[in-house]
Design a protein around this ligand. Structure first.
Ligand code: IPM
Ligand code: MG
Length: 360
């Protein structure tokens, strides 16, 4: 099969980690008889430097012609980078929000897994993590506070800022359906997270999620308030299978969930629309402080590429091969600096990519 993959290398460590994912993809394609056509796309700071904006309409059109897009990370050092002297709508992050909306990527899948080999890096007590945990945050990505009307105005001489949180029932239904579909392939439990004790949007969320749940009698549904969920994630992460939540809550909880695994450099993510198309990226950021040093962990990007093969190209066997290669390399004792522990072998970004490619 010929795979047409858009590549957004991005900023900071982005180009380094994407290069390793491409290395592993190339090896996988060679082994299983596929060909890959990469289309380079500019987004974030890299696009600002060339075009003056974080994402052009032409780039969106190019992305639409691809089967999927693999992305590194975007953004830079907010204190010193000239990108952050621009107004918010012209900064690197605006490119990410624009591509999500333009490609209708409403379903953001963020797995948070405690890897057996990396248990030592988990900041939680051993009695809490005994047996491991494996949850998936299903975050709504094109609605809510991120895309509601906003303005800053002077009212009676007082500066006042508005951000509105809006969801309609159709937006809630389609993400809920995705959440239940994925729960059916996992441990069949959905925890829907909201703030229904305060927000109207959450009360509608809860109602629509309950209606959707009626079509999935095998799945256990529970509701949880977002503040309680933040607490439960550190108190008892094992209780979660699929966490289904709106955009802003999902943003915050997914950072927390990734941190309790102790290995954010390991976590992949996918943003999907109604078709097979998806944008795949590591859960971590662009880490400008370590950019260009060849020490960033490329595994999250490599695992994102595996997710891409599975969800956008239906290449399950190939995705399995990449995931197995990652596990093998970890089992053999290889680590990048961020997941290093006593008695293990340290390697860099390219070294880790080489090892994983060699194990495909
Ligand atoms: C994320 C990021 C983005 C978000 C930022 C960069 C706009 O934090 O993907 O979680 O808030 O969605
Ligand atoms: Mg975030």
């Amino acid at each position: 099969m010929n795979l047409k993959i858009g590549v957004i290398k991005g900023d900071g460590i982005g180009p380094e980690i994407v290069a390793e994912a491409m290395k592993v993809l190339d090896k996988t394609a060679e082994k299983y008889g596929h060909s890959i056509e990469y289309i380079q796309l500019l987004m974030g700071g890299a696009s600002i430097d060339v075009h003056g904006v974080p994402l052009t309409d032409e780039t969106i059109e190019e992305a639409k012609k691809c089967g999927a897009v693999l992305m590194g990370s975007i953004g830079g050092d907010a204190k010193n980078s000239p990108w952050y002297k621009l107004e918010p709508s012209k900064r690197p992050e605006a490119g990410l929000l624009k591509i999500r909306k333009a490609l209708n990527l409403f379903a953001n899948l963020r797995p948070a897994v405690l890897y057996d080999e990396l248990k030592g890096a988990c900041p939680l007590k051993e009695e809490i993590t005994e047996g491991g945990f494996d949850m998936l945050i299903m975050r709504e990505l094109t609605g809510g506070l991120y895309f509601g009307e906003r303005k800053t105005v002077e009212e009676n001489g007082v500066l006042t800022a508005y951000d509105s949180l809006t969801y309609n029932e159709n937006e809630i239904r389609r993400i809920a359906k995705r959440g239940f579909d994925i729960a059916m392939k996992r441990r069949k439990k959905v925890t829907s997270v909201d703030k229904a004790n305060v927000l109207d949007s959450s009360r509608l969320w809860r109602k629509v999620v309950e209606e959707t749940a009626a079509q999935y009698p095998e799945v256990t549904l529970e509701h949880m308030l977002v503040d309680n969920c933040a607490m439960q994630l550190v108190k008892d992460p094992k209780q979660f299978d699929v966490i289904l939540t709106e955009n802003m809550f999902g943003d915050i909880l997914s950072d927390e969930a990734s941190m309790v695994t102790g290995s954010i450099g390991m976590l992949a993510s996918a943003s999907l629309n109604e078709t097979k198309f998806g944008l795949y990226e590591p859960s971590g950021g662009s880490a400008p402080d370590i950019a260009g040093q060849g020490i960033a962990n490329p595994i999250a990007t490599i695992l994102s590429a595996a997710m891409m093969l599975r969800y956008s190209f239906d290449l399950d066997r190939e995705a399995d091969a990449i995931e197995a290669a990652v596990e093998k390399v970890l089992k053999d004792g290889w680590r990048t600096g961020d997941i290093m522990s006593d008695g293990k072998e340290k390697t860099g970004t390219a070294g880790m990519g080489d090892l994983i490619a060699a194990n495909i």
